[in-house]
Design a protein around this ligand. Sequence first.
Ligand SMILES: NC(=O)c1ccc[n+]([C@@H]2O[C@H](COP(=O)([O-])OP(=O)(O)OC[C@H]3O[C@@H](n4cnc5c(N)ncnc54)[C@H](OP(=O)(O)O)[C@@H]3O)[C@@H](O)[C@H]2O)c1
Length: 400
Amino acid sequence: MDMNITEWSAPSRDRPRGVTILGSTGSVGQSTVDLIAREPDRYRVEALVAGNSVDALAEQARRLNARLAVVANPQRYRALKDALAGTSIEVAAGPEAVVEAAERPAEWVMAAVVGFAGLKSTLVAARRGAIVALANKEALVCAGRLLTETIEESGGVLLPVDSEHNAIFQVLEPRHRHAIDRLILTASGGPFRNWSSADMAEATPEQALAHPNWDMGAKISIDSATMMNKGLELIEAHLLFGLPADQVEIVVHPQSVIHSMVAYTDGSVLAQLGTPDMRVPITHALGWPSRIEGPAARLEFGGLAALTFERPDSGRFPSLRLAREALVTGGFAPIVLNATNEAAVAAFLARRIGFLDIARIVEDVMAGWDRLSEPVESLQQIQSVDLEARSRAEKAFQDK
Ligand SMILES: NC(=O)c1ccc[n+]([C@@H]2O[C@H](COP(=O)([O-])OP(=O)(O)OC[C@H]3O[C@@H](n4cnc5c(N)ncnc54)[C@H](OP(=O)(O)O)[C@@H]3O)[C@@H](O)[C@H]2O)c1
C-alpha cells in the first residue's frame, strides 16, 4: 500500500478530526472511545455504531457528543431512542443504518465490528476515501483485493490496527520494499500454548476465553486459543503488505512485547515493541500521519525478565495450516475458512461442539467445497459464499 500522506493532517484543536466508530461498544471500540474522550477538542464524533448494547452506546454518544448513534439490531431502536431522549443526537437502527453511518462524512473511521458483519460498512467507508483504521480483520480476509483496490481507487487509507500489522506498518519502509526478506508475525500462543491435544479436547469456553496477555472480545479470544487468529492475520498481512505466504513467518513469543518484525535481505530485522495494550496501535492510528501522546504504560526494560521465541505447532493448532492453505488456494477459500470458523466459534461458545471440533469442521467444509479457488468478483458473491459456508457448518454441528 503506497499512500500520499501529504493529503492528511493529524487531529488538532485547530483542525479537529471527524471520526466514526463502527463497533464502539466492543473491546477495541471502547478503547477508541476512551482515547478520544481524553482529547475531545481534537475530534468531532460523527457516528457511533453498536450491535445490541444500547445503554453503553447511549452513554458513549452523550460523553462524546456524537451526531448519530446507530444500533444494528432494529428491535433495539425504541430503547436507544429512549436512552437518548432530550439530546440532539440522531438515532437510527438496522443494518442499512449501519451502512449509512459509515457513509457519513468522517475523515477517520474505526472499523471494529467483529466478524463478517463489519464487511459492508468497512467497504463503504473505504469507497468514500476515508482513513479506515482496520481492526475488523475478517472484513479484509473475506473481501481481499475488493477492499484494497477500493481504497486505492478512492484515495483513502487502510491503517492496520491489529497490533502485529500496525507494528509492521510502522517499521516497513516503502522505499525498501524490494529488500524485504520476510515479515515475522509474533503470536502469544494463547491460553493453550502448552496444552496437549487430549487436554484441549476437553477445554471449556471459560478456559479458552482466558487469554494470558490481552483483554479482548469473545470471538478473537477463542481465535487466539485455536490460533486461527494468527491464521487470519497471515492472510491479512499478505493483503496489506503484498508478500506471498512463504515470506510471512509466524513465531510464538509468549510475552507479547515484540508486536511483529520486518526482516530485510541485508540481515537487519526491524521490530516494533510495546506493552500489550491495544491503545498503542489505536493511538498510532488516531494520530497518523503524525504521532500523538497515548496513555499506555511505557515499556520498562529493566522489569522484563526475558523475551522468548518458539516455532508454532501446526499439529496441535491445525488452524494455522488451514489458513495458510486458504491463502495459497485464494479465491473463495479465505471466505469459506472465515465463515465456517465464525460459525464454529459461536457453536463452541454455546457448548454445541468441542474445542477441537472448531478446526475439524473448518477443514471438512473446506475439503468438501468444489472450485474453492474460483476468483472473487463482487460483494454479492462474497455474501453468498459466506452464507453457504455457514449453512454447511450448521449441518456439520447437527451431524455431530
Ligand atoms: N479486542 C482486541 O484486542 C483486538 C485486537 C486486534 C484486532 N481485533 C479485531 O477487532 C474486531 C473487534 O474485536 P473486539 O474484540 O473489539 O470485539 P467485541 O468486543 O466483540 O466487539 C464487537 C463490536 O461489534 C459490535 N457488533 C457486533 N455485531 C454487529 C453488527 N451486526 N453490526 C454492527 N455492530 C456489531 C458489537 O456491539 P455490541 O456490544 O452491541 O454487541 C461491539 O461493539 C475483530 O475483528 C477483532 O478480530 C480485536
